[in-house]
Design a protein around this ligand. Structure first.
Ligand SMILES: Nc1ncnc2c1ncn2[C@@H]1O[C@H](COP(=O)(O)OP(=O)(O)OP(=O)(O)O)[C@@H](O)[C@H]1O
Length: 363
């Protein structure tokens, strides 16, 4: 089936140039995204950036003021047409799971299958509960289940009608960290199996990187960057995006003929920036951001690099966090080193920034 974006098949969900307002306030501005069947897209961003609104527009519980929603190439909402939510084949799952407390687990799952004949609905509900490993709890009530089990019931309920599109809004936020990791992995395996086009809303970058085939980062109603998790991590479009994905040491820099001069040493082009900074004139002020993993501290002062001394050292399990003061600047920088570096408080060191963990942004 041909779609507007030129793909010929396996389109899944497409959101094209979506705009939305609550009264006078623009909540979505020209957002375009698509998700293929079997693909998981994580919608990431700070609170209030428009993630939930975009999901509501996709589901059809909110109308966009401009743009189109397409499912498998078919127009669901756009110029003069609006297909209601129940006719879109979209499954929804929200952070509070919204299980009915007065219904058994089986009845909760059957709730979305009312359009089917009784026997078929029962078979589907059983299959869905089997898939999430909760068949033995079919006769229990939600309050008798743990948080992780309730999340799995909600997943079974969302998947039982076999939706082509699955929209999940902060589906793991009610779970504690350890349980979240396990439930997330299980959910991911079930999603892959279902071949639904899936959007998962989260404000946690680590969760987005673990789950998403693609990540869409939103800010103030706009799509800031879209791509594979490694694209957003390695080549963030701006400093705010880089800050979203990792802790950073930030220092000022000045572009010179063949590199950038910084308090942590001279960073040569093209090793650090590829062609990216070649069009920036010499003398331009930039921000240089180095991830703590990318700072090397060499004992002794005879090495190449910026002169610094150790002002703090903390053991945090797999890593030591070492804070250094670089001669000539006020900012304290943090390095993450393998334990056993042997560095002592007050020790003089030479500091180097590793190219792979260093980013440069024009201010
Ligand atoms: N019903 C509403 N009426 C008016 N404004 C709203 C309404 N719902 C959301 N907004 C506003 O629209 C913007 C986007 O909200 P939305 O809920 O989509 O953000 P979000 O990224 O999902 O946030 P969160 O992560 O906190 O759920 C926010 O500024 C919010 O205050």
């Amino acid at each position: 089936m041909a779609s507007k974006t030129g793909q010929t098949d396996r389109v899944g969900l497409e959101l094209l140039d979506i705009c939305h307002q609550y009264g006078e306030t623009a909540s979505l501005q020209s957002v375009s995204l698509s998700v293929a069947p079997g693909e998981v897209l994580c919608l990431l961003g700070h609170s209030g950036c428009g993630k939930t609104t975009l999901m509501r527009v996709a589901a059809g519980v909110e109308r966009q003021s401009k743009g189109e929603v397409r499912i498998n190439g078919e127009l669901m909402a756009g110029e003069g047409l609006f297909v209601p939510p129940e006719k879109r084949g979209v499954g929804l799952m929200f952070q509070d799971y919204a299980l009915f407390p007065h219904m058994t687990i089986l009845k909760n799952v059957l709730f979305g299958l009312k359009h089917l004949a009784k026997l078929e609905a029962l078979e589907r509900a059983h299959a869905a509960l089997q898939r999430v490993g909760l068949m033995s709890h079919a006769g229990d009530y939600p309050h008798a289940l743990s948080g992780g089990e309730q999340q799995r019931v909600a997943l079974a309920r969302a998947l039982a009608p076999r939706p082509g599109i699955l929209l999940m809004d902060e589906p793991f936020s009610g779970l504690d960290k350890r349980l979240r990791d396990t439930v997330r992995e299980e959910t991911l395996a079930i999603l892959r199996d279902s071949q639904a086009s899936c959007i998962v809303v989260t404000h946690d970058p680590e969760e987005a990187m673990r789950m998403g085939d693609k990540i869409a980062l939103m800010r103030e109603g706009r799509l800031v960057q879209y791509g594979a998790p490694s694209d957003l991590y390695r080549a963030p479009v701006d400093l705010a995006t880089a800050r979203f994905f990792s802790e950073l040491n930030e220092v000022p820099g000045i572009v010179r003929e063949n590199g950038v001069e910084t308090p942590v040493g001279f960073l040569p082009v093209p090793e650090f920036f590829g062609a990216g900074l070649s069009s920036v004139p010499a003398g331009t002020h930039v921000r240089v951001a180095v991830r703590p993993l990318g700072l090397r501290l060499l004992a002794g002062t005879g090495e190449e690099g910026a002169a610094a001394h150790v002002v703090a050292k903390r053991f945090v399990g797999e890593m030591d966090i070492v804070t250094v003061s670089v001669d000539g600047i006020d900012e304290l920088l943090q390095a993450r080193l393998e334990p056993g570096s042997g560095l002592e408080l007050g020790q003089r060191v030479c500091l180097q920034a590793h190219p792979r963990e260093t980013l440069v942004f024009v201010e």
